[in-house]
Design a protein around this ligand. Sequence first.
Ligand code: APR
Length: 313
Amino acid sequence: MKKKISFIGAGNIGGTMASIASGYNYADIVLYDINGDFAKGKALDISQMNVVNGHDTSIIGTGDISEINDSDVIIITAGFPRKPQMTRDDLLTANAKIIGLVATNVAKYAPQAFCIIVTNPLDLMVFEFQKRSGLPKHKVVGMAGTLDGARFKCFLAEEFNVSVKDIEATVLGGHGDSMVPVLSSVAVKGMRLGQMLKMNLTTQKRIDEIVNRVRHGGGEIVSLMQRGSAFYAPAACALEIAQSFLLNQNRVLTVSAFLDGEYGDIDGMAFGVPAVIGDNGVKRIIELNLDGHETQMLRQSVEHLESLIFKLS
Ligand code: APR
């Protein structure tokens, strides 16, 4: 039997994901939006694209949330994107209301689903969604670290003039200015950053510039586009997580996941950590061996999230 993926929010990211996932052939798709006709229009457009591409995926556009019933995966992008000069945290109050509403509906119609949150401010929306839906913590994650990691790898590949496939790099922590690009994780096919610095393949100044660019990678795109925020890479990253669940791939992906004593005894918070994603959702959190500076930055990132949580209730 085919799987079922529902996208809540049919905007830039939701629509892009629906068009990519319609090529998988193993899952039927529901594209829901508060503006039902907008979702219906996009679904029609995608189903006509599928004719040309030879895909027989069923895709329904709808303004009726009950259509998400019995979904295997739900990916949530409902909410407002950033405008220029805004931080993700500026979206907190407006998007928390939307996520609260969506959470109630997911609990009602698809409580068994694996849920991937994309709406910003990401980690706080993951926290809010889980609290309001009551879904098990291992079935709720946020998409951010895979995106920040992709940006990090993209800039490092440019710097070293090698294929993106041969770069290793991880970004931990909250999906915001406090995120932690982990320099001790950077490698080109096993060659560590320290060795590359010694060989003058790059400089500390260049690496600092890359770290700064990663931290502000979303903002760079918002200021260039002026209308809306990034959507191609966020769509691809959220689907990577969904596929690992649906196909039980056990990929190690950096997601905003609930911690249970890992990383210096952090409990009950969700933020970016590498995790094994398979058919039960988050199967295991991977604890990286961080150096002292990275540990301190991670703590600051978590403290920043904690300082905003009170605004949610
Ligand atoms: N239920 C369902 N859909 C909703 C609701 C709701 N309560 N409220 C808003 N929406 C829909 C809007 O109608 C819109 O179609 O969410 C969609 C959001 O789409 P875009 O504005 O195009 O935003 P997008 O770029 O897709 O980003 C969505 O993801 O990365 C984050 O910061 C980004 O928070 C933003 C979210």
